[in-house]
Design a protein around this ligand. Structure first.
Ligand SMILES: [Zn+2]
Length: 307
């Protein structure tokens, strides 16, 4: 009994990365200056137990004619059926920037690895089938939820941007006042954030709390850039993505916040973080070469970027 070759998902990674802090984007109280709070982002790596390093598609097939327990072969047939359904569902997200965050390939690949081990017992095989079914069902629920969410129910500018960016797989809430940390800079307040526990929800201030459409657009796209940064990291071992290579080279002054500002500036072809008496962002307007690098990065992570 062998597990047929697998479709190749994104580059696989091992370990469980987690965000200990998100960012906050700030807007001023009273004085109409908007800005962003700097919160560090720390990625830690926890032991995953699967060793890592297996390229996608290299199935560890059980040895043919090995000492398979009774019923194992039948269970592996069921497992394979679940696996095919899972990847067929995941293909719905092809080209979507949040695919790595929505599909959770890591978890499924851990099951595949276990299914490929020799001497798999029938009880373990049965458990694997159940776990595969649960993951497939979870992905199905996420896809169903996205179908409902991609309709701009609020009819707002910001929801329209978010719905289009993630085709409904990214949620938006106007609860930054409670969900995001307060600004550490006097006179500034947080106007948006992505929290550490949920990489697929943009939290913003209520639309009327912004100065106008200019800062609404810039802030929401800045926050979306953070989601793409996380999705990028999710694709790789140790959660080190292409974003980190760009930052390590000193682009965007090595700051993922300034990179998120650069994403918004490039997205809208803007060359200033101030307008009238409004100021947003982290005080750095990226140059042409950084914008070129950012466009390449956006193409690589399937992030939207107007030509
Ligand atoms: Zn930010």
């Amino acid at each position: 009994m062998t597990v047929p070759p697998r479709p190749s998902p994104r580059p696989r990674r091992s370990g469980v990365g987690w965000w200990l802090a998100g960012c906050g984007c700030l807007a001023v109280t009273g004085a109409l200056v908007l800005g962003l709070v700097v919160l560090g982002v720390v990625v830690t790596r926890l032991p995953s137990g699967d060793g890592g390093g297996t390229p996608p598609g290299s199935a560890q097939s059980p040895q043919a004619g090995s000492t398979a327990a009774p019923g194992v072969a039948e269970q592996l047939v069921l497992f394979e059926a679940e696996r095919e359904r899972f990847y067929a569902l995941a293909a719905v997200l092809d080209g979507n920037p949040v695919k790595p965050l929505v599909t959770d390939f890591d978890a499924f690949q851990r099951l595949e690895k276990r299914a490929g081990q020799p001497n798999l017992g029938s009880f373990s095989a049965q458990t694997l089938v159940q776990q595969a079914a649960r993951q497939r069902q979870q992905l199905q629920r996420r896809i169903a939820a996205a179908e409902k969410r991609r309709v701009n129910r609020s009819g707002s500018l910001t929801e329209g941007i978010v719905d289009r960016a993630g085709d409904g797989f990214i949620d938006i809430r106007w609860d930054a006042a409670s969900a995001c940390g307060a600004s550490e800079r006097e006179g500034w307040r947080t106007s948006g954030c992505i929290t550490k526990g949920d990489s697929l929800t943009v939290h913003l201030l209520r639309e009327r709390e912004f100065g106008g459409d200019w800062d609404r657009r810039m802030i929401v796209v800045h926050e979306l850039a953070h989601i793409y940064q996380r999705a990028d990291r999710q694709r790789y071992d140790a959660r080190r993505g292409r974003v980190d290579r760009l930052l390590a080279k000193g682009l965007f002054q090595g700051s993922e916040e300034k990179m998120a500002d650069c994403y918004a500036l490039t997205y809208y072809g803007e060359w200033s973080l101030t307008r009238g008496n409004l100021e947003i962002g982290y005080g750095y307007v990226c140059g042409r070469s950084e914008r070129r690098a950012l466009r390449k990065w956006a193409a690589d992570v399937d992030a939207p970027m107007p030509g």
